[in-house]
Design a protein around this ligand. Structure first.
Ligand SMILES: Cc1cc2nc3c(=O)[nH]c(=O)nc-3n(C[C@H](O)[C@H](O)[C@H](O)COP(=O)(O)OP(=O)(O)OC[C@H]3O[C@@H](n4cnc5c(N)ncnc54)[C@H](O)[C@@H]3O)c2cc1C
Ligand SMILES: NC(=O)c1ccc[n+]([C@@H]2O[C@H](COP(=O)([O-])OP(=O)(O)OC[C@H]3O[C@@H](n4cnc5c(N)ncnc54)[C@H](OP(=O)(O)O)[C@@H]3O)[C@@H](O)[C@H]2O)c1
Length: 444
């Protein structure tokens, strides 16, 4: 790959960043901080703004240019992590704000991050990346890779530019996963995915079956319940270990729509409903990549093999930032970006391609042995902390502070036990190892 000698001999490295959400902004911020090695990045952003997921878009369906709406944000969403652990480690939220924030505050925070780090001039708004293609060349020093990035701006004009590295920061909560439910065409009510859910009012007084009890399914069920919908929360988890408010019932997963349009659940129960709300999550979608060309397999819920959940072993100058689930996203973007830049700078000595492949494959095999389903292979959960430490150690940058893990785990416990009120508490970081709980929010 790139060695220090090569960097000094050649010009600064040119990096393309796909997406100006939290991950893309983080990548741009760290690239701009290293002008000796890197030219200012070119950040491609298909919308007219930064923020990605956090930019609330009232519209559903498509933008004027026909591309699907990116953000899955809904109007009343509040963060499920406190700002003290959600933040980029080097950029705190406003100290006056409560711990759990409405989405507008996260959007403001990302805009401030973008302004403070002078990223905006490097963003090409309303420009969609259509293809990212490796170009390999045999040289005396071995095989060298550059990347052709083809994009189209809103005037329809296409351009191809060459880079030394590409950071894929396009997010993975935009393309709805729609499970196959036999007979779904017979359902007489409305079928909607949480990606297109914005607020509860249209569902007031209606019977709604919510399928899936992840963060969206639970949160949306609670807000539909408060809006006088009759909610059946249909899911395959063990019965939820906390009481649900009046008007919300649990059921096993919907498995079929019958001849008369009623929904049949896994345990044989049957119900009629006016709305089937699919809160079944999202699939990975990288329409601008050709997986076979990169030695990758991209499935609905799995991208493999990726060394350190980041890069195709055959192309360690392509980085997919933030692909893992059940993580503290901004903190992980911060670590992955710094690690990736250290790789490009040559300060991380990578194993051989075969060794990287073996490590990535073994990691997946271990999960299969533990009984993890392919759809859950990229869920990191507790492993995120040792992963972040490894990246910091290899990339020689400061590790995340222990207080982040400790507060994250506390909030996780509270969320499991009290999903309706855990956001009422405020926290404060006292030191790198200690946090404290503050007052409950007034009136709650
Ligand atoms: C409903 C919901 C609630 C969430 N709540 C929380 C929370 O409380 N706390 C938390 O920490 N995380 C939460 N998350 C996770 C959230 O996804 C991350 O916080 C973070 O926003 C992900 O950032 P990202 O940059 O990876 O992706 P995104 O925010 O999705 O940004 C990707 C960007 O890439 C652009 N893009 C995509 N394709 C292209 C292309 N081909 N060309 C050019 N640009 C492109 C998009 O327009 C977008 O701006 C939530 C996610 C969802 C869906
Ligand atoms: N701030 C907030 O309060 C908030 C709100 C919403 C979302 N989010 C975030 O947004 C991201 C996406 O969350 P999400 O809930 O939309 O997606 P998700 O986490 O992928 O959850 C989808 C759920 O649907 C279930 N499912 C899928 N197909 C099913 C089927 N056929 N029958 C029954 N269940 C099925 C899945 O079960 P399996 O687990 O078995 O696969 C999973 O529990 C997460 O990062 C989340 O934290 C945050």
């Amino acid at each position: 790959m790139f060695s220090r000698a090569r960097i000094t001999m050649m010009q600064q490295l040119r990096v393309a960043v796909v997406g100006a959400g939290a991950a893309g902004l983080c990548a741009a911020r760290h690239i701009l901080a290293r002008p000796d090695t890197f030219a200012p990045p070119v950040v491609y952003e298909l919308t007219e703004h930064v923020g990605g997921t956090w930019f609330y878009e009232e519209r559903t369906g498509s933008y004027d240019n026909g591309l699907p709406i990116h953000s899955s944000m809904y109007r009343n969403l509040r963060t499920n992590l406190p700002k003290e652990v959600m933040m980029f480690p080097d950029f705190p939220f406003d100290s006056q704000l409560p711990s759990f924030l409405p989405h507008e505050e996260v959007q403001r925070y990302l805009e401030r991050y973008c302004q403070c780090h002078l990223i905006t001039p490097h963003i090409r708004f309303s420009t969609v990346v259509e293809e990212v293609r490796p170009i390999t060349e045999e040289t005396e020093k071995g095989v060298m890779t550059t990347w052709e990035v083809t994009s189209q701006d809103k005037s329809g004009s296409q351009e191809t530019q060459t880079f030394d590295s590409v950071f894929i920061c396009s997010g993975h909560y935009s393309d709805p996963y729609i499970p196959s439910i036999p007979g779904i065409e017979r359902f007489k009510g409305k079928v909607i995915h949480s990606h297109s859910y914005r607020h509860p009012e249209p569902f007031s007084g209606q019977s709604v079956v919510v399928l899936g009890a992840g963060a969206s399914g639970l949160d949306i069920s609670l807000e539909l319940g408060r809006s006088n919908a009759q909610v059946t929360l249909s899911h395959g988890k063990p019965t939820l270990p906390f009481p649900l408010p009046y008007g919300i019932h649990q059921a096993t997963p919907v498995v079929e729509v019958q001849e008369d349009g009623s929904l049949r659940f896994q345990d044989g129960a049957i119900t009629q409903a006016q709305v089937l709300m699919l809160c079944t999550g999202y699939k990975f979608s990288y329409p601008f990549l050709k997986p076979a060309q990169l030695g990758l397999e991209i499935h609905d819920h799995l991208v493999t093999p990726l060394y350190k959940f980041l890069m195709p072993p055959a192309f360690p100058s392509l980085f997919i930032i933030g692909i893992c689930k059940m993580i503290c996203p901004f903190q992980q973007f911060h670590c992955q970006t710094q690690f990736s830049l250290a790789v490009l700078e040559g300060s991380v000595t990578l194993p051989s391609q075969a060794e990287m492949e073996e490590e990535a494959v073994k990691e997946m095999e271990r999960k299969v042995e533990w009984g993890v389903k392919p759809r859950n292979m990229l869920k990191m959960d507790k492993d995120q902390w040792s992963y972040a430490r490894t990246l910091a150690q290899m990339g020689k940058f400061p590790p995340l502070t222990p207080v982040t893990q400790s507060l994250y785990e506390e909030v996780w416990r509270q969320k499991q036990a009290h999903p309706q009120i855990y956001r009422h508490v405020n926290y404060r970081l006292v030191s790198d190892t200690q946090w404290e709980q503050q007052d409950r929010q007034a009136g709650e």
